[in-house]
Write a protein that binds this ligand. Structure first.
Ligand code: HEM
Length: 434
């Protein structure tokens, strides 16, 4: 083990799982240096992560609990400033958090998710058509499955949830999602998306539908916005809608991509799913465990000294939870924790978080990704990677766990060539990340 008390995090996330394993080897809670020379705690153990996530002595509100932010002593170019500035439900505490969460949870009830299913099926079917059309225009050339399929499905599903009109005439979905590493561009895109959401809110006020924005409008007192920025205001409403755009699309896009990659590199697992021996849902769940789309999320702050797994985190110290690392914790999943096996009965993970800030979107995401992956492998049984697995570049951030692109060959199209035999030779397991 490296004796240096500070582990320097690779800002580009070049080797998310390798780094997670090195951090875990130092203990479930360990000291790290984040981009911008910021000392923080990294929590990579499954139990320690759940403990911190469930402990209300940790807050996500930098405005109240992070001394350098409050004192204004952070460097003006601190690269993670956007995460500290964030001021919405996901950083709120106590009753203000619970009240906003109640406002959005109705749209994620089992009934509403079931009602969305046919719309998600249509989204998937249309994205598959567009993928096939794109590939047909450039025969023999690889297609980027992330941009040409996962992106379309994940953004359009958020569009369905929020009530974006058919065909997205205002181009709102083009701005949903990709975490923009350049802070200046990120601010521009954030403002542009905000303007478009404001316009959508006005349109929904005139013509409500069965969607989250219409729900939020209906929850305003008398259906009218309260002046200012507080509870029931349009500012709060637009902020909540923007939070859904910003948090909902990117991880779902990565989950589709990561699940497809898991099967393309493991013919045995692919055969089990294609043959019905394991459910597609189990494949998605195992991907959440072994290749979680959110790798490390900044920030939490200790509101008082808290001891976690024998380590004292001092009041005001920033903490980063290693969501991706925790799913591969050998203390929970044994020596084979890093191996992908959709048949494993225990697939515990914290990919969707835990505690009061746990994700609101798991049911929607599981339905969407399950449908998208099953439909893809059914339609294109000859789907295969167009590059070697180790040529796939990461997304360039330590925060998200995704690939920049997923170049594939679609192979023969099952629907248009019904006589086609099932895809590739089924060989022994050949995982890229054991
Ligand atoms: C693969 C898909 C997804 C993953 C891996 C994921 C992951 C997460 C994680 C780890 C958290 C907890 C953050 C924390 O505790 O600091 C979270 C929170 C959240 N997620 Fe997701 N998410 C996904 C999809 C979605 C979708 C589809 C939506 C909405 C459309 C969504 C909306 C939210 C919101 C609003 C929160 C904040 C909840 C709160 O603060 O109370 N997520 N998500």
């Amino acid at each position: 083990m490296d004796d240096d008390p500070l582990y320097v995090i690779d800002p580009a996330g070049t080797d998310i799982h390798g780094e997670a394993a090195r951090l875990r080897a130092r203990g479930p809670v360990t000291r790290v240096l984040l981009p911008g020379d910021l000392e923080a705690w990294s929590v990579t153990g499954y139990h320690a992560a759940r403990q911190v996530l469930a402990d209300e002595r940790f807050s996500k509100d930098a405005r109240r609990y992070w001394p350098p932010y409050i004192d204004g002593t952070l460097a003006p170019d601190f690269p993670l400033i956007a995460w500290a500035r964030m001021d919405n439900m996901s950083t709120a505490d106590g009753e203000p958090h619970a009240r906003q969460r109640r406002l959005v949870l109705g749209a994620f009830s089992p009934q509403r998710i079931a009602a969305l299913r046919p719309r998600v099926e249509r989204v998937v079917a249309r994205a598959l058509e567009e993928l096939a059309e794109h590939a047909a225009k450039q025969p023999g050339e690889p297609v980027d499955l992330k941009a040409r399929y996962a992106h379309l499905v994940s953004t359009r599903v958020i569009g369905e949830l929020l009530g974006v009109p058919e065909g997205d005439p205002d181009g709102i979905l083009d701005l949903a999602g990709y975490v923009q590493p350049d802070p200046r561009k990120a601010a521009e895109e954030y403002a542009a998306l905000r303007g478009k959401i404001e316009a959508l809110v006005q349109a929904k006020r005139r013509a409500p539908g069965e969607d989250l924005i219409s729900d939020l409008i209906a929850a305003q007192p008398g259906g009218c916005p309260v002046a200012g920025t507080g509870a029931g205001s349009d500012t709060e409403l637009v902020g909540l809608a923007q939070l859904m755009f910003n948090t909902g699309a990117e991880p779902a896009r990565n989950l589709i991509t990561n699940t497809v990659l898991a099967l393309l590199t493991r013919p045995g697992q692919r055969a089990l799913a294609a043959g019905g021996a394991v459910d597609w849902d189990d494949v998605v769940e195992e991907t959440l465990r072994t290749d979680a789309p959110v790798a490390n999320l900044p920030f939490r702050f200790a509101t008082e000294d808290v001891t976690v797994d024998g380590v004292t985190i001092a009041r005001g110290d920033p903490v980063v939870i290693g969501f991706a690392a925790a799913g591969r914790d050998p203390e929970v999943h044994g020596d084979a924790a890093a191996e992908f096996d959709a048949r494993r009965p225990d697939k515990r993970h914290v990919a969707f978080g835990h505690g009061v800030h746990r994700c609101v979107g798991p049911a929607l995401t599981r339905m969407e990704v399950g449908l998208a992956v099953e439909a893809l492998f059914t339609r294109f049984p000859g789907l295969r990677l167009a590059v070697e697995p180790d040529e796939l570049a990461g997304q360039g951030t330590f925060i998200m766990n995704g690939r920049r692109a997923l170049p594939v060959h679609l192979g023969p199209d099952h629907e248009s060539e019904p006589g086609q035999e099932l895809g590739p030779e089924l060989g022994p397991e050949r995982g890229i990340s054991p």
